[in-house]
Ligand binder design. Structure first.
Ligand SMILES: [Zn+2]
Ligand SMILES: [Zn+2]
Length: 373
């Protein structure tokens, strides 16, 4: 075992990450020591760093998309959070959410909507065992927060959407899941949007994606993942997009718009258009508004007259991470495309550049790469 490892310590919004070396300690009871294989940068990290999402302090190791290799198991940590046995050498995803298990929602099994959520990573890294968050070469995680990756899955495919994937899966589930033949519009072609396109296309839906051409690779990826219609929102007018979606629905003998619209852009301005694109009695799913980015004007009578169901969703539960891995395991071609979604990779020491690449919108998915794959 290495005696020391590197961590990128976040020191507050807009401030430079501090690179620090900490001793690598054996796992405590109930915990697992993981060596980093890939660690994704999420839009949430960008929101935190920009000060749009506040944290209870200014000194943490950020990062909650950790794919790691089991180095050592603490006492009483022989199984992951879904009950699979763990052994040294196994690849796992480490989830960070700690639902309380006792509140009204947890008691009903709705742990994704816990009223007293905790997270595993927001702790002072100067305190042992130091490696609490994702932007580091090591991680100490409770065994119950791990989901074992089935053997043979491409690691880059797993690392592409370990947060966006389960988030989209939970949101679709809340909205009553997809039926074959439905028309689905996905607003946004970041990780959440691209995963949603793949999930809906695989479910047999006719998918349209609205994304930004700032990173042209995203629109191309949306197409490869199964979108029939792809719009660059800078180059097309909302009226033309509405007409095209209604045209698609008409050709498929559906209703007066999309059966399902999923908001994955994070831009408040996308919401009025989304309400316009959804058909009468359709579902508008909104899991993408992950920061306080200001108000937007909507016409509430649209909700009434179209009898729209608006479904929010902000977290996922551990079982959704399991569903994400099963989805990947079912399709080798998809694994290849997911792996291609990783456009930028950096060592932990270059976390600043990794954050800039994510912020710029010029990347599809940015990861810290620890090798070890
Ligand atoms: Zn995330
Ligand atoms: Zn709870």
């Amino acid at each position: 075992m290495a005696t020391e490892g590197l961590a990128a310590v976040w020191t507050g919004p807009g401030r430079k990450f501090e690179l620090r070396r900490y001793p690598v300690l054996p796992p405590r009871p109930g915990e697992v020591l993981l060596r980093m294989v890939r660690s994704g940068i999420c839009g949430t990290d960008v929101h935190i760093h920009a000060g749009r999402l506040s944290l209870p302090g200014n000194r943490f190791i950020l990062g909650h998309e950790f794919v790691g290799r089991v180095e050592a198991l603490g006492r009483g940590s022989r199984r992951d959070g879904l009950g699979s046995p763990l052994r040294p050498g196994d690849i796992v995803i480490a989830c960070v959410a700690k639902p309380c298990g006792k509140c009204f929602n947890c008691r009903r099994g709705e742990t994704a909507s816990c009223l007293r959520f905790g997270v595993t990573y927001l702790r002072d890294p100067d305190r042992a065992p130091h490696f609490f968050g994702g932007f580091a070469e090591w991680l100490h995680s409770p065994a119950g927060n791990l989901v074992r990756v089935p053997d043979g899955l491409a690691i880059d495919a797993v690392a592409a959407f370990p947060c966006a994937g389960p988030t989209a899966i939970r949101a679709f589930d809340f909205a009553g899941n997809l039926q074959r033949g439905e028309v689905v519009v996905v607003q946004g072609t970041g990780p959440l949007g691209l995963f949603a396109v793949a999930w809906a296309a695989k479910a047999g839906c006719a998918v349209a994606a609205i994304g930004s051409g700032r990173q042209p690779g995203r629109l191309e990826l949306a197409r490869r993942l199964g979108a029939r219609l792809v719009f660059d929102f800078r180059k097309t007018e909302p009226g033309a997009r509405l007409k095209a979606v209604r045209g698609l629905a008409a050709r498929l003998r559906r209703g007066d718009g999309a059966d399902v619209v999923l908001e994955a852009s994070g831009a408040p301005q996308a919401v009025p258009e989304g309400l316009g694109l959804v058909r009468t009695r359709g579902r508008y799913i909104v899991p993408g508004q992950y920061s306080s980015s200001g108000p937007v004007e909507i016409q509430p009578q649209t909700i009434t007259f179209k009898a729209v169901r608006i479904v929010g969703s902000g977290q996922y539960k551990l079982a959704d991470a399991g569903a994400y891995l099963r989805f990947l395991a079912s399709d080798r071609r998809l694994q290849k495309i997911f792996a291609d979604c990783i456009t930028h990779r950096y060592p932990v020491a270059r976390v600043g550049e990794a954050m800039e690449a994510t912020e710029s919108g010029g990347a599809v998915k940015v990861v810290l790469d620890g090798g070890n794959g």
